[in-house]
Design a protein around this ligand. Structure first.
Ligand code: HEM
Length: 144
């Protein structure tokens, strides 16, 4: 077998044995229950757009490439919610260091996220599970 076809055979076996985001016990992961990539991408895009348009919360987003930030957060949510991604960005403390982000900005983002999850038909249980995963980041993001 040529090494390239051996590689694709392995990739096929891995993808059949381990579809993205299915847990070992066969239960769908939170990522799957959220609606997978299409829904998570839409939710994060809408969340960031709303924060970026909110004069009370957008100070630190000024001049930021929102598409790039968007992609990093989608990857992070995928990793956190068992979607099988590996987050490769900075940790939350390093990423937000020196931005002087306050509670009000943090809660504006949480509120925007909550509304985007609702608007995309995500269930209460999944919404709360995701918010519970993100809540502990407050201590690394909020520095004043
Ligand atoms: C739970 C809440 C939050 C999460 C999960 C989160 C997640 C992230 C991630 C994954 C990054 C990219 C790190 C990297 O570059 O490797 C990032 C960067 C950043 N975040 Fe947050 N963040 C949160 C809250 C906030 C808040 C409240 C603000 C301000 C309103 C904010 C503003 C920024 C900015 C300005 C950057 C840097 C963007 C850049 O320069 O490219 N974040 N955040």
């Amino acid at each position: 077998m040529k090494s390239s076809s051996r590689f694709s055979a392995i990739a096929l076996v891995v993808s059949l044995a381990c579809p993205a985001g299915v847990r070992a016990d066969g239960e769908p992961s939170l990522y799957q229950r959220l609606g997978g990539e299409p829904v998570v991408t839409r939710v994060i895009e809408q969340t960031l757009r709303r924060v970026a348009d909110d004069p009370a919360a957008n100070r630190s987003l000024e001049g930021v490439d929102l598409q790039k930030l968007d992609a990093k957060i989608v990857l992070q949510v995928c990793a956190l919610a068992g979607g099988g991604c590996t987050y490769v960005g900075d940790d939350m403390k390093a990423a937000h260091d020196g931005m002087n982000i306050g509670q009000r900005e943090f809660y504006a983002l949480v509120e925007a996220l909550r509304d985007a999850l609702d608007a995309n038909g995500v269930g209460e249980r999944e919404k709360n599970e995701l918010l519970r995963l993100l809540a502990p980041m407050k201590r690394d993001v909020v520095t004043r």
